[in-house]
Design a protein around this ligand. Structure first.
Ligand SMILES: Nc1ncnc2c1ncn2[C@@H]1O[C@H](COP(=O)(O)OP(=O)(O)O)[C@@H](O)[C@H]1O
Ligand SMILES: [Mg+2]
Length: 272
């Protein structure tokens, strides 16, 4: 299996806190510094995201997520599992700042996002790559322009953008579909465009909702290698998935939701 090695994934250490942070993270796990939900200690600079007693309800309905307390350490990679309706998509919504919790606190990248003024949220969201279950591609733009969008928003030069987008789209097997508009693509092809768009700008956090749901198993594995490569270069990753083969093969720790609460939070799993 060819492992992707984009030039644009190779960043100076200083721009992403990569090796030093990952080393600190592994040391912390090995020493049991991170403890279970509810009684966890804030591990300070190593936490990219911290939830404290978070709950969520949709309008006046029942609380569908409750008592979520956990931290995602910088450079970690988790699978989010749980039966249909357990709350995976809702938890991811909180993580990509698509919704605010109804109670509790969320700290992301060192900032309290629950109290953050609405106008500051887009800048936070630009640091998060999201693969939505329903893709949410812009139908009037080509596959190329959909993937290029985060780089253009970030002000990256056009030549650099063109090179990287072309390389990534070829790598996900869409080299001959770059000018196609999403409505003319299959579900699996749209999913790969959505994945490319989520990773192209090297986000701090990648949140993916069943990203291999519509694609061939072989391409699904290739996509997971792409995520691993991104993770090696510093991106913290959380993927909701039902795919037992992927979970077994890649072996990243699981966060498991049951009836709206985490029965396997990240730290307790890592300590196991
Ligand atoms: N927009 C919504 N409005 C009201 N209820 C919702 C909404 N989205 C999800 N729910 C409910 O929240 C619960 C968790 O759903 P979801 O987060 O989609 O779970 P999963 O992704 O694990 O299948 C379900 O009971 C679902 O019906
Ligand atoms: Mg879901």
């Amino acid at each position: 299996m060819q492992i992707i090695n984009f030039a644009f994934f190779v960043l100076p250490e200083s721009s992403r806190g990569g090796r030093a942070v990952r080393q600190a993270y592994h040391t912390a796990n090995a020493s049991g510094l991170c403890t279970g939900a509810g009684i966890w200690r804030d591990t300070g600079f190593m936490s990219l995201v911290t939830f404290s007693n978070v709950g969520l309800r949709y309008s006046t309905g029942p609380e569908i997520l409750h008592d979520l307390s956990f931290s995602l350490q910088k450079g970690s990679f988790h699978f989010l599992t749980g039966a249909s309706g357990a709350g995976k998509t809702s938890l991811l919504k909180l993580l990509y700042l698509g919704k605010r919790p109804t109670r509790g606190l969320i700290n992301m990248f060192g900032k309290d996002v629950t109290a953050m003024p609405r106008e500051q949220l887009p800048a936070m969201r630009r640091q998060i790559g999201t693969v939505f279950q329903d893709f949410r591609l812009l139908g009037h733009l080509s596959a190329f322009d959909n993937v290029a969008l985060p780089m253009r928003i970030a002000g990256v030069g056009e030549e650099h953008t063109r090179r990287n987008v072309t390389e990534l789209l070829k790598w996900v097997g869409l080299g001959d579909k770059m000018e196609a508009k999403p409505p003319t693509l299959s579900g699996g092809e749209q999913q790969r465009v959505a994945i490319a768009r989520a990773v192209i700008a090297r986000p701090k956090l990648l949140v993916a909702d069943e990203p291999t749901g519509n694609i061939d198993p072989e391409i699904g594995i290739k996509i997971l290698y792409l995520f691993e490569e991104l993770n090696k270069h510093g991106t913290t990753i959380i993927i909701a998935t039902h795919d037992d083969d992927i979970i077994r093969r890649f072996g990243h720790p699981q966060m498991r939701l049951e009836n709206g609460t985490l029965i396997m939070p990240p730290q307790s799993q890592k300590a196991a």
